[in-house]
Design a binder for this molecule. Sequence first.
Ligand code: HEC
Length: 470
Amino acid sequence: MRLSIYLLFVITSSCLFGQNRIGTGAVSELYTSVCASCHGAELTGGLGTTLLDVAKWKYVGKGKSFLEYVNEGSPQMGMPAYEGALTDAQIRSLEIYIDEMRQKSERAKGPLVAETDGVYSAGGYSFKLETVVDGLSKPWSIAFLPTKGVLITERDGSLRMFKDGELKAPVEGTPKVWANGQGGLLEVAAHPDYQHNAWVYLAFSESGGEQGGKKAGMTKVVRGRIIDNQWMDEEVVFEVPAKFHRSAGVHFGTRLVFKDGFLFFGIGDRGAQDMAQDLSVPNGKIHRIHDDGRLPKDNPFANESDAYPSIWTYGNRNPQGLDLHPSTGEIWESEHGPRGGDEINVMQAGRNYGWPVITYGMNYNGKPITGITAKEGMEQPKHYWTPSIAVCGIDFYEGEVFPDWKYNLFAGGLASEELHRLIIEDGQVVKDEIILKSVGRVRDVASGPDGHLYVVLNGPDKVVRLVSAD
Ligand code: HEC
């Protein structure tokens, strides 16, 4: 019993308290025992350089990588060479630790976003947060319907319609979900031709199998229609055989994106990191199917008999955001990293996004995962956060209320309680600005048909929108 409570704590805390781990664990012990005597317990320097101010560094980042430098040292100047004494992976974890501590000290200097009496100034605008929907329980996703209604999922299993200023009772008859750990009712999306076919898609975790004598589950996608607040005409769009179900309550992924008659969605590694590299299993992948559930014949691994046929990309740890770039049609993804290494990627057919062979993160307990962040044949993220913000939903802004934000990518952070605005030029992220801080865990973000930017928050559980205060 005790053990299971402890395990549950480890699982939920890995996400909930991600930011509280900054500076803790095995890596902090390693730093204290090996580096602190010269660089100071607070990293502020001593015999050695301060590690909190990169501007003062003479070699690292200036033609030399951190790994090369620490391996070679500057023996004549008093910095030992660590080659052979530390593994590359340990040195990499120290680099992440130094990034964490640097960010912590920068954040201690003052607020990250200018805010006075509820008016925020960021991204070139002044804006306020206006509560749109209150009284929700763990909202996960929001979908605007062309018929003016807004659908909201609650993780414990309810799908709710908000229309004409009123939050309706949960839609009756929606699928039973496995609300375990990070699982439950996750994503809701309307078919692009909803006006004619009224299809609403739901992604959720379902338990069907068993693993090691424990209940196990996996991500599933269905579609149905809502008539008089009843879920009708349900069709299964995607489900996996019970043998692939896993008992871990983590990394179910999802989000749903429609493009050219196809449906794209992610499934996280389900707590089994090495499976992300295994093409025969569905976890740790982005999938592509027809929007009615049929398997496309031209999927990248469709002709490999051992491969799971819906796989579009692999090496994905836990996709938590997915959106189409409004002008290029590229599929952008956010992926929850471990401790460090949250990523923004552009998904391309058949590519390997590297988890866990390459990552910008380390284990939650401060032990290294790998010494490498790049490898031939594996994709680099367009952007990453180390330390992690616990990146979640993403959305390209398409409204007119904040014209300068057009086609900026907004990304929510759970543990960091932040909303980030990423400016993209020629397919590259050129700027990352925090525009909301300490507002609650940012679960989802969506550009509304009224031109406002909507944000789904957890704790407080509500939907807010950014309105101009100019
Ligand atoms: C015995 C003292 C000592 C220890 C132990 C030590 N360092 Fe240093 N370190 C130095 C000195 C001295 C310098 C400045 C060297 C110079 O100016 O060329 C330095 C410089 C650095 C720099 C700055 C590099 C640059 O570009 O200017 C980094 C980063 C660094 N050390 C990391 C580490 C790490 C990580 C550890 C633990 C694995 C460590 N050091 C352990 C003495 C030490």
